[in-house]
Ligand binder design. Structure first.
Ligand SMILES: Nc1ncnc2c1ncn2[C@@H]1O[C@H](COP(=O)(O)OP(=O)(O)OP(=O)(O)O)[C@@H](O)[C@H]1O
Ligand SMILES: [Mg+2]
Length: 289
């Protein structure tokens, strides 16, 4: 069920207090014990039960009674906290339609300073298994449910957008809170949905931008025809949470994978064969191994 503006607008201050407390306490618990929650929110038992019940009804909190009565924040509650904060910071003033659902994200239009895009990172249970391999997503100690992995993913992407904005064409990063990024709207469509007039020029443009990113210390790591957008003239590279640095032990493999994926797309859709080894040499030239 997509998030609606009313989900956020109708939140009572006590409900926000409960969501905040759950978020805090979920660093230590998968299920926050009922008694701990009651102590943390400084509300009467009746008020707490009523407000938690209302959050459960709206799909923001879940409860379980085995092995003990406890509550957990779920994605919709985490969404509410992030969007509430972004609205308080005046980064967004209204939530629009959902414009995309990715493997690990939901994308919405919103009103902010003009029309902006919200990317809600949702590192789900299944994909979390693979994310686990990348230790950068994991905290040093303790418990890391998927909501925190999603925040980590959003932070990583926001960091890349901030570093690369102005150097190559990426969405302009506006703000980030928890697992949500606010960024500019790209006025194009993904390469897999566009019909290019000059595929060779676009391939060159991609290589040029991949090189600029590489020289700035970023290898995309998930480059594909789905993560490159084009408006007939300008090309943007989106979806950066999986970046690695050129110094990373897997850097060469990641860069090769990126360029092979895109060249395979050009071979299949446009029957153009590009030399990936040559492309790698071009991207890495001038950089000491
Ligand atoms: N800034 C933006 N402006 C316009 N559209 C966007 C923007 N960011 C994302 N989108 C749209 O949403 C889709 C999904 O975004 P993104 O690739 O960042 O997420 P994802 O979870 O990795 O998705 P996927 O699994 O499909 O790769 C994009 O393919 C694009 O159509
Ligand atoms: Mg994508």
């Amino acid at each position: 069920m997509p998030l609606s503006a009313d989900d956020i607008k109708n939140l009572h201050p006590y409900e926000i207090r409960i969501l905040h407390a759950l978020e805090r306490m979920m660093r230590r618990h998968s299920w926050v014990p009922e008694d701990d929650l009651k102590m943390a929110v400084h509300l009467s038992a009746v008020e707490t039960n009523y407000r938690v019940g209302s959050l459960i009804q709206r799909g923001m909190v879940r409860s379980d009674s085995v092995p003990y009565k406890g509550y957990a924040l779920v994605f919709k509650g985490y969404d509410a906290l992030a969007l509430f904060s972004l609205a308080q910071q005046k980064s967004i003033s209204a939530l629009g339609f959902m414009i995309g659902v990715g493997k690990e994200s939901e994308i919405y239009e919103a009103r902010g300073c003009g029309i902006v895009v919200l990317k809600l990172h949702k590192v789900g249970q299944r994909s979390f298994q693979t994310v686990r391999i990348n230790r950068e997503y994991m905290p040093e100690h303790g418990h890391c449910p998927w909501i925190f992995a999603s925040a980590k993913s959003a932070k990583r992407e926001y960091e890349a957008l901030k570093a690369l904005n102005g150097k190559l064409n990426v969405p302009v990063p506006i703000n980030q809170n928890r697992h949500v990024i606010v960024m500019s709207l790209i006025p194009g469509v993904s390469l897999h949905r566009s019909r290019l007039e000059d595929p060779g020029a676009v391939w060159q443009d991609i290589l040029a931008q991949v090189k600029v990113a590489y020289d700035a210390g970023y290898i995309h790591g998930d480059l594909s025809e789905y993560n490159i957008m084009h408006d007939g003239a300008v090309l943007w590279i989106i979806d950066w949470p999986q970046w690695t640095t050129p110094e990373h032990p897997n850097a060469t493999a990641a860069l090769r994978h990126d360029l092979e994926t895109v060249s395979a797309f050009f071979a299949k859709k446009y029957q153009r064969i590009y030399d990936v080894d040559e492309a790698i040499r071009f991207v890495t030239s001038g950089k000491v191994d």
